[in-house]
Design a protein around this ligand. Sequence first.
Ligand code: FES
Length: 224
Amino acid sequence: MTQIKKKINLRSDVMNQSTGQSWVYSDIVKDHFFNPRNLLLENPRTGEYDAVGEVGSPACGDVMKMWLKIDKPSDKIKDLKWRTFGCGSAIAATSMFSLMVTEGDGLKINQAIKIKPQDIMKRLGGLPERKIHCSVLADKAFRKAINNYFRDSGQPDRIIVESGRIIDKRLNITDKDIEEAVLEGARDLAGVQKKLKAGVGDKEAIPELEQLIRFYAEKYYGKE
Ligand code: FES
């Protein structure tokens, strides 16, 4: 057993010293981490970009900022730059996302917002399960920037509204809270209750809660 563990640890790129948990990164992830594409280190000049979006991750407290250049007549994304105080996986995922969105002549906004964290992970050759929420950071910053663009360019009817629906009425827990809990690693009712106490005082919420946990677990981690 110790020998097996040793072998696994020899293959791993990262190991948590206290839990002994380890994981491996694909060569593509490492490439994007060490050579991030479209990273913006200096603050841009005022007006240089058409939109900016900034988000933080409730899962780890990391921050992502994104700048976009958009060609209004064609609705295409001509440039995407970003900066993060996030981990290696967030850097690699956002770097890959920036390429996907600006590929060819640039994607149209409607195509770009369809890119899912799973699409980014596929292009990266996978991400360790505990790092999936890092790829969501790029997606969220992008949506925020796009909404700011819609607002500032006189297209308020195109703003993407992601309203939370209340699932647990006693604690006002929404479907978005449940999604975040799953992204933070909760995979079943017990895991979500440990984080949120969801359904503890509102038993009627439990069937819908379980359904949502299954939905988000499948969305981010695939079918078991
Ligand atoms: S972005 Fe926070 S751990 Fe990856």
